[in-house]
Design a protein around this ligand. Structure first.
Ligand SMILES: C[C@H](N)C(=O)N[C@@H](Cc1c[nH]cn1)C(=O)O
Ligand code: ZN
Ligand code: ZN
Length: 475
């Protein structure tokens, strides 16, 4: 089966230094989508991908998305590309993102976040290494290794790389819907490499994601920031109100205290009960990726259920609050609390928003404060669960076994990639999540890394998947 794979694998090994150099160049571009000042870097990163793809012989289009809502900023373009146009081959549409989360050395990084630093143990540290520049470059590297080995590319490859994923994929849904019957019309299936293994040893194929509703709560009153010696005890403080609202949302054990959330969650079926035992996941690996033993549950099953099939509410931060070192005696005039709810089947976005608004307004009313408050959703994205009984998953399972020598686990994921559902609905095709990195990669965290082994074997995996796709019978 897939007879040319051994030569392909040899070529990936032979080109591994060049592939690491490509990742080094990509990590060096600080394409942080949430920071306005970094927008030119996000655009530069899109252009870098477009140039690399053009050099590899792909047809590339940079698609503008207009202005970022509520601002004067241009959204970074979507990179659309096609490699191969053979009517006798299957066509696979792949998606990834070239923007990254913010990072500063002072956040606690051991190395410069935008310099790929390779450690003696093979960790390649740098912002975006695993989320999602390594996997995105994996597709380009797979093309290059085929070309230089002189092996025919097994499928037509359509690529869609966006630059606003870490900010809620602004503008992308409209483009996907508009291109479903145009640029994406030939797609037979979709593959996304933008999540992680459950542990560090066993690869997985992912068929479900949680959704994400992200909220802001603004509280304001005084006309300007105040001296706490002069006004403390005389003015009602926005921060006091906000902290009380935020502390009423969730308890220490992760229980969401908002009525109308738990009621929407799908009941556990008998079939599902048996699913968790076989998954290769240990609390020890979780403690390793967490960097501590502060887990809510002590056992694997309840932990996996909490991550895959239960909603969670996380408090992220307070805009306008004093957070620098030192002891500034300020009363902030306006503060904005940020929290999000990861949503699961059968939760409804609008019903969840209504429950949140009703509850927060009620808590604020009970405070009897003279300050003002407003609560709103910044962005929302629905959960996604698909069937892994499809040739797209069978091909990926065979490729995994060939590259890693083990059968993959079939997993769901606690994170969110809202466009997954959009791709599924717009194209009507099966979507597979095929991760490259492992659970200890620290995406969104300090010291984000991608292991050299996962990068190089991951490039082999993406290429092998395309070869097995070409051999799969239609179902
Ligand atoms: C799983 C993916 N790599 C990822 O990190 N997604 C983000 C996307 C996001 C941002 N706001 C809402 N969703 C995530 O799950 O936080
Ligand atoms: Zn990502
Ligand atoms: Zn991310």
């Amino acid at each position: 089966m897939a007879p040319q794979l051994d030569s392909y694998f040899q070529q990936v090994d032979a080109l591994s230094d060049a592939f690491i150099e490509r990742l080094r160049q990509a990590v060096a571009i600080p394409s942080v989508s949430s920071e306005a000042a970094r927008r030119p870097d996000v655009v530069r990163m899109g252009q870098f991908l477009a140039d690399e793809l053009t050099k590899l012989g792909a047809h590339v289009e940079l698609r503008p998305l207009g202005k970022q809502p509520g601002t004067d900023l241009d959204l970074p373009p979507v990179v659309l590309a096609r490699y191969g146009n053979d009517k006798n081959k299957r066509t696979i549409l792949v998606y990834g993102h070239y923007d990254v989360q913010p990072a500063q050395k002072t956040d606690g990084w051991d190395t410069e976040p935008f310099e790929l630093t390779i450690m003696p143990d093979g960790r390649m540290c740098g912002r975006g290494s695993t989320d999602d520049k390594g996997p995105v470059l994996g597709w380009l590297n797979a093309i290059e290794a085929h070309k230089s080995a002189g092996i025919e590319f097994p499928v037509n490859l359509l690529m869609c790389f966006e630059g606003m994923e870490e900010y809620g994929s602004e503008g992308l849904d409209d483009l996907i819907n508009a291109e479903a019957k145009k640029f994406f019309a030939d797609a037979d299936a979709v593959c996304i490499s933008d999540n992680y293994w459950l542990g560090t040893e066993r690869p997985c194929l992912t068929y479900g994601l949680r959704g994400c509703n992200y909220y802001s709560v603004e509280v304001w009153g005084p006309g300007a920031d105040l001296h706490s010696g002069v006004f403390g005890g005389t003015a009602q403080e926005p921060m006091t109100d906000l902290v009380r609202i935020m502390s009423s949302l969730v308890d220490t054990n992760g229980n969401i205290l908002i009525p109308g959330i738990a009621e929407q969650v799908a009941p556990v079926t008998a079939e599902e009960e048996g699913l968790y035992d076989d998954i290769s996941f240990t609390m020890e690996t979780l403690h390793e990726s967490l960097g501590s033993k502060t887990t809510i549950f002590d056992d694997k099953k309840r932990t996996l259920m909490a991550r895959w099939r239960q909603p969670s509410l996380s408090l992220h931060g307070i805009e306008g609050a004093f957070s620098a070192p030192g002891a500034k005696t300020v009363i902030p005039a306006k503060v904005i609390g940020k929290f999000s709810i990861r949503t699961v089947p059968n939760m409804d976005i609008d019903k969840t928003n209504e429950a949140v608004y009703r509850y927060v307004e009620d808590v604020f009313k009970k405070l009897g404060s003279k300050n003002s408050m407003k609560v709103y959703a910044q962005h929302t994205g629905k959960w996604w669960v698909a069937s892994p009984k499809h040739w797209n998953f069978s091909a990926a399972a065979k490729a995994t076994e060939r590259v890693w020598g083990v059968k993959p686990d079939f997993t769901r994921e606690g994170g969110s990639i809202p466009v997954t559902l959009t791709f599924e609905q717009a194209t009507g095709k099966n979507v597979l999540l095929l991760p490259m990195g492992s659970s200890t990669d620290g995406a969104h965290s300090i010291n984000e890394k991608l292991d050299k082994r996962n990068y190089i074997e991951g490039i082999k995996l993406l290429g092998a998947y395309l070869h097995y796709v070409a051999e799969e019978p239609m179902n």
